[in-house]
Design a protein around this ligand. Structure first.
Ligand SMILES: Nc1ncnc2c1ncn2[C@@H]1O[C@H](COP(=O)(O)OP(=O)(O)OP(=O)(O)O)[C@@H](O)[C@H]1O
Ligand SMILES: Nc1ncnc2c1ncn2[C@@H]1O[C@H](COP(=O)(O)OP(=O)(O)OP(=O)(O)O)[C@@H](O)[C@H]1O
Ligand SMILES: [Mg+2]
Ligand SMILES: [Mg+2]
Lengths: 226, 226
């Protein structure tokens, strides 16, 4: 699904230089639920953004669905992101002037596509937002906004989903609903999901955990249990 | 420290009415570390905002430090918030154009006050931001931004601190640092801290847990252990 080779992302220069990623090499396997864990500031969000074509690396390569991201022009990158990649942002990034429903359907409406009705109903029902769809983000609780962001990433059924801490603002029950949904989209619908998390319980839902520290991969765990 | 009586907050009206708080009555005790837990959407953030004078309730009373918030005019409320209350927002609410240091010192500079240098150093050191003070929020990771928000609330050593999910974006080690700092400000410096959290481990640091559901208090736990 995605191959990362020698990925490096440097911010600033000289004294102020920050090596957010420092030569990361790893694979995200097709139809697997992979967790990415590591200390605050270790490069997890940066890794997600580079893999999802939301940011350009300083060095190294990212291949998604057989395509080297560096070979794509901006227009092609935009189309790849829109059609094949789902992204849940750590800070939600919802459009404040749109309702929850409009936010959830936005990527597909831009692409001129309609969602599969059954899948849409399942996602909305599972994240528990049915009675909040007409509200705008500032009328929603933190956890409700996060669930809108999750639904938005899943509804278009992208081949690969990058979820940056999708349950950080959720109580254990809503969190479990979201995690089962993510696991289900992998096990039943063949999607590939990569999830950044700080929560060992969330990691327990995945097939494999990759650990980052100081911008590098430092460890890996197969079949984690909480 | 704070007494809440019959607190009600209603959004919308008629069919669209949402009772975010529905007759909440409870006390936050002086020099205690209280946790507020409950499902996503149960009213935790709304309760924090009403108690911290960031929002006006529909009904009921909030008394903070002996003062009925409803008796204060806007200017007096602003001064109370600035001088006596510290607040950590669920979505951080940092000023994007200011550096971490400027964000942390902002409430005090507005009040024309300087922080206690030893306390300032302790807070900065404990939240682990010493090498990030000159960066702006968009140059910081999610967890780093959250730690800036925590430091901002604590540095002025307010008599009461309301922290809305202060460790939601932190790995277990940074989270433990923040929680020990909050506990320390209660045990050693006599502050009152009220913390919304979804994390049982975080609740384990507190003296008492209050549970909300559907805008009401439904349960309470003394001396919780994770
Ligand atoms: N402006 C608003 N208009 C309508 N409903 C609102 C508004 N603001 C908040 N609400 C609703 O009030 C309820 C309580 O929200 P609140 O943010 O207090 O929940 P919370 O317990 O903090 O949830 P979370 O754990 O997800 O952060 C939610 O159902 C939310 O949708
Ligand atoms: N624009 C920038 N300029 C300078 N440094 C940056 C910039 N963006 C990110 N960083 C730094 O890069 C490092 C990695 O950030 P990243 O957001 O990937 O961490 P993270 O693992 O997601 O952390 P968290 O768990 O706190 O969300 C951090 O130390 C951060 O301060
Ligand atoms: Mg991050
Ligand atoms: Mg909240």
């Amino acid at each position: 699904a995605a191959q990362v080779r020698g990925l490096t992302k440097v911010y600033g220069s000289g004294q102020a230089e920050v090596r957010a990623l420092d030569g990361v090499t790893l694979d995200f396997h097709e139809r697997q639920f992979t967790a990415v864990m590591g200390p605050s500031g270790s490069g997890k969000s940066t890794l997600m953004h580079c893999c999802a074509a939301l940011d350009r690396a300083t060095d190294g390569t990212v291949v998604v669905g057989g395509t080297d991201l560096a070979s794509l022009k901006d227009k092609q990158l935009t189309r790849l992101r829109r059609d094949r990649i789902g992204f849940v942002f750590q800070s939600f990034n919802l459009v404040p002037t749109l309702t929850a429903r409009e936010n959830i359907l936005l990527p597909m409406s831009i692409a001129g596509r309609k969602p599969d009705q059954e899948w849409y109903d399942l996602v909305i029902d599972t994240v528990g937002l049915a009675d909040r769809l007409d509200h705008r983000p500032n009328e929603l609780s933190g956890g409700q906004q996060q669930r809108v962001a999750v639904a938005r990433a899943l509804v278009s059924r992208p081949s690969i989903v990058f979820a940056d801490e999708p349950t950080g603002n959720l109580d254990s029950r809503s969190g479990a609903e979201v995690l089962s949904l993510l696991k289900r989209s992998v096990d039943e619908f063949g999607q590939t999901v990569v999830m950044v998390t700080h929560d060992p319980v969330a990691a327990g839902y995945t097939d494999r955990v990759v650990f980052l520290a100081d911008g590098k991969v430092v460890d890996e765990l197969r079949q984690p249990t909480a």
